[in-house]
Design a protein around this ligand. Sequence first.
Ligand code: ADP
Ligand code: TRP
Length: 332
Amino acid sequence: MEIVVSGIRPTGKLHLGNYFGAVTNFLHMQENYNTYFFIADIHSLTTHPTPEDLHGNVRQVLAEYLAMGLDPEKCALFIQSDVPQISELYTYMNMNAYKGELERSASFKDKIRTQPENVNAGLLTYPVLMAVDILIHKADYVPVGKDQEQHLEMTRTFGRRFNNLYGVDCFPEPQAFSRTGKLVKVPGLTNQGKMSKSGGEGDAIFFDDEEKVTKKKIMRAVTDSGPTEPNSEVSAPVQNLFDIMDLVSKPDVIQHFKNAYSDCSIRYGDLKKQLAEDVWAFVAPIRERIVEIKSDDKALAKAAQTGADKAIASAERTLKEVREIIGFRRFY
Ligand code: ADP
Ligand code: TRP
């Protein structure tokens, strides 16, 4: 079966955009591929989180992905730092990654600009660690967005370089991957771009938000002064609400409001009220499961251990091969 690897940054809480843009793809992939999904806690050390924040965020993200339907029996859902083979291969791969090419990476240049006070070596070699995440499972596919394409290109370079240096065929070349069909972009509530945790107050609907907060965010969403002519074009902020409605509401409800827009009888207050109900109906059961799982140490332990076992088995197979290729041959 083809192998898919994807890393999840443990930064904060998931919102509706993450769910429809990323998690639904994971749910599809775990049914059809040999999947390794991991929480990239080693990567996150570049920003120096406190131990409590780091652990809390990993727990949150693990609970969220489990609550959203990732199944430890179907995929390998694991925590990066539980797999020491990753750090070992990272050490080896760093020897064949060059300062010049690492400095040219767009993400590194970006960090120099945005956090000049903390340009550490981990940031410089971030693409090496990411390449290792992928190569260690000999992945065929990596489901990443446009912003990660350069990292994926570097992954292929590092793998190819290793193969050439030792005259072996150890690492395959992973390709970017998006599930066949359309890519969903969930709009934000306050700005004109995509829903994002950095989109400002009230932009994103987080699964962790309480009912009151969720509904208030929707009731406060930007609209316009309303259609004045039949069948007029929908303005961007109103289209955003319709786009979210498309994801969570029943077809007859959606049709009702589209008709009301076309014949100018729409009242945005009603539209938002309905949307608030439908979003909450979608979010509430998942939210409940997140709360449940987050405090269930046994369930978290079982999931993390099951994932680690699978990831370690796969990683150790590759490492055995790599150690032999490099010339680390035991005397005992
Ligand atoms: P954020 O934009 O809130 O910082 P991330 O960059 O952490 O979110 O995104 C994590 C995953 O969720 C990525 O795969 C990204 O493509 C997806 N994603 C985030 N926001 C959206 C959105 N509004 N619509 C669709 N997918 C999204
Ligand atoms: N760099 C990725 C991001 O910022 C996260 C990541 C780390 C990753 N290692 C990976 C993604 C391996 C895919 C495969 O989103």
